[in-house]
Design a protein around this ligand. Structure first.
Ligand code: ZN
Length: 483
């Protein structure tokens, strides 16, 4: 879309720009700071994101009536995501992730990258198509049972679509002949599509057959070093969930078919959670019910507290693996004594699509989506007045405001949408904006054309409404963290 060039500048519009300091591009492409009206160089500005053009088909049908969803139990996040045009069902347990969801996921991936790389993680990408040979070597080809999605290629060779990559990554590391203790701790991770042949996929993105996961694998010189790495990953997970505003609990867990000696789950307490947790009312002790005898009601840690049951959505899982895989695949390194030694391993999963859906599940109301601030697909929605209303003359200020925000706060570029559906009333569009959960909604009304322009700003997280000057608005939005 061509940015609108203003032939005639309304008086109010000039006033809005008069004192704004904007970076101006010179011929060499370097920015220099001069006071200029925004539209002088508006060809350098991204086209305004218009709500009418976003591919986010609202689907207000009762999802319970949708035959494509029959057999899938629904939950709040699934219903809200379907209604808001965030996801669209394809085949059982599989969804189209529509553009707003992809924006949100990309942000989540950036936050995860920051936290994983903050503890020394290096990102790689492994094939989803895994040969059965690898899985037979670890004996998991049979252990995994029907959940492993298996297929044959044209030569009749068995493969699976990887739900996890212990075999693949350990083989990779084992192939590096000259690995030494100086390379350790080695933390390799990927964020890719994973597959699981769920018998009954349900709850939308919470339990699908195809989903995104972050899986990290650690290699260490000793058991002691491996425990330190394990602890640093758990701390990174705790920081990650805190940044997202999710109150997760770290619980002792069963090691299941991954194997190993020590395991924790990161659980987000929620009524629809499929995991049963026991939390002590007296001390931080918490465990998945699977790890304790089911009739146990006293706390094994403090002995005095009573265990209370709660339900949780598992959003992360950590395992200390020891030499389970490194021994089988011969992942060795040269130790400080110049001798070959077998690496100590750990593996650490995060359900990327599941975190997104679980956050919507626990933060939203029945009608309105609420996102972790960092993950909202767009941070700001600007609402111009209804076309033909007596405030029509200020409509142009709304589009200019989008440009001003992009110029003064470059980090906000691509984060501000203009709800140009001006055939609809402000009230109707406000309701939509509230349902979609933009963290900040700005109403450009009559007060925007006053001597000192003021904008009505609704902060969705707190429900607070403020009337801010342009500078006040820039201060407020300048403080918003964008990943
Ligand atoms: Zn206790």
């Amino acid at each position: 879309m061509e940015p609108i060039m203003h032939q005639v500048w309304p008086r109010v519009f000039q006033r809005l720009h008069r004192t704004l300091i904007l970076p101006k591009r010179n011929h060499s492409g370097c920015a220099e700071h001069t006071a200029v009206p925004a539209s002088t160089h508006s060809r350098h500005i991204r086209p305004t994101l218009l709500v009418s053009r976003l591919y986010q088909p609202s689907n207000l049908r009762d999802v319970g009536q949708d035959t494509r969803l029959q057999g899938e139990m629904t939950c709040k996040s699934q219903r809200l995501m379907l209604q808001a045009g965030l996801i669209h069902p394809s085949n059982p347990g599989c969804y189209y992730y529509l553009p707003a969801t992809v924006r949100s996921m990309e942000k989540l991936v950036r936050v995860i990258d920051q936290e994983m790389q903050g503890i020394g993680g290096q990102k790689l990408d492994m094939p989803s198509l895994c040969t059965a040979d690898l899985w037979k070597t670890s004996e998991r080809w049979d252990l995994m049972g029907k959940e492993l999605l298996r297929l044959k290629d044209r030569h009749g060779v068995d493969y699976c679509l990887g739900p996890t990559h212990e075999e693949a990554v350990t083989t990779l590391v084992a192939h590096q002949a000259n690995l030494s203790y100086r390379h350790f701790p080695l933390l390799l991770y990927q964020i890719t599509r994973k597959f699981r042949d769920e018998p009954k996929p349900k709850f939308g993105l919470l339990r699908g057959r195809e989903f995104y996961m972050k899986d990290m694998y650690s290699f260490d010189v000793s058991e002691e070093a491996a425990y330190q790495t394990y602890e640093s990953v758990c701390q990174a997970y705790t920081r990650l969930f805190a940044r997202l505003g999710l109150h997760c609990v770290q619980v002792q867990a069963d090691t299941g078919n991954i194997g190993g000696k020590l395991s924790h789950e990161f659980q987000l307490p929620a009524d629809i959670g499929e995991d049963r947790l026991l939390l002590c009312g007296n001390c931080p002790f918490s465990a998945n019910v699977e790890t304790l005898s089911s009739d146990r009601t006293d706390c094994p840690q403090c002995k005095t507290g009573t265990l209370v049951e709660s339900k949780g959505i598992e959003v992360g899982h950590t395992f200390y693996l020891g030499k389970k895989y490194s021994k089988v695949f011969n992942a060795t390194f040269t130790n400080a004594q110049n001798k070959l030694s077998i690496a100590e391993m750990g593996c650490y999963g995060l359900g990327v699509t599941r975190i997104l859906a679980a956050a919507i599940e626990v933060m939203s109301t029945e009608e309105e989506i609420r996102w972790p601030g960092l993950l909202a697909p767009y941070q700001v929605c600007v609402l111009p007045p209804k076309k033909g209303s007596k405030m029509d003359e200020v409509a142009v200020l709304a589009e200019d405001l989008v440009h001003i925000l992009g110029e003064a706060l470059p980090r906000l570029r691509g984060e501000v949408v203009l709800d140009d559906r001006t055939h609809m009333t402000i009230g109707k569009r406000l309701k939509d904006a509230s349902r979609l959960g933009y963290p900040y909604v700005i109403v450009v009304g009559q007060s925007a054309s006053e001597e000192t322009p003021r904008f009505e700003v609704i902060c969705q997280r707190t429900g607070e409404t403020m009337f801010l000057s342009r500078d006040g608005l820039l201060d407020l939005l300048g403080g918003v963290e964008i990943v």
